[in-house]
Design a protein around this ligand. Sequence first.
Ligand SMILES: [Zn+2]
Length: 314
Amino acid sequence: MSDIEDDAGTSRQIKDDVEDSYGEPVSRKRAKKGGKGKRSARKEAEDNDSDEAIEVTNFPDQPLKRDQIGKLLGLAEDWEKVAEIIKRPFPKYGMAAGGLADLGDEDAIEKVDEIDGYMRESLDVIGVIKAHANALNVIRQSGLQGQDIEQVEALYAKTAKTTVADYKKKTTRQKYAKEEAYVAFKSSIWESKHPGIPMPPITEQIPREKADNSDEDDDLEVGGVTQNYLCPLTLTLLADPYTSIACGHSFSAAAITATFGGSNGLRKCPAAGCNKQFSLAHCKPDKDLAKKVKAYKRRMERNREDSDAEEVVD
Ligand SMILES: [Zn+2]
């Protein structure tokens, strides 16, 4: 597993990519840092216009104007979008790890730990990305309060240094235990060994560190959400599950189709305690869930066989 320095490196790369896509000239940024970029930027300028090379460093710094302050929000949102993209494969990581845990041999367990490491690395990258977004928001806030934002690059570098350092100072629990995606990931592995049994609070799997205070534990007493694989309509295992995009509740295809009886109108969600309304068009086939139900069935079957075998031995 690589350390956090690598993650910061990755995010720097992402940052460059984001800014590049924002249309900011790469050569300008790199020219300021000096080094190879400077030479090539200069060379380019000479090639294009040999009379007078335009050097950005010759211009005095301009404070950020009011309308430019608004753009900081857009930049912060770009960071958030990158974080969302990194998060996208997380449910697949969970399924892969759960499948490997099913195999149960040493090699497979080692791979589960490896995937766990990737999860944490990805979450660290997201942590750093969010720290950068946070830095932009801090600058934006002081701009909105009427402060002149001068030397914006230096200010950003300084602010981001603090917000990133704050993230890195966090303990393992503080970094991951409240991350829904991580808890879901751990639940997938847990489910492999304990199908149908809710996962205890994730803190049981992450040892307490010195900087973890006990007050925080109260917030962290969230276990894995035991996925309920029963259809609320048939009260049997989901068959060909459809999930409502309005509320995330899932139903067996035949049952939810029958509930709407050919109507395209809105109806109250049939799941107990849910007040959302949706139409049949809002219910989409849920392939991931179908796979989970299949794995659940297989695991229950395996457990039953195991306990039968034990009885024979006894
Ligand atoms: Zn619902």
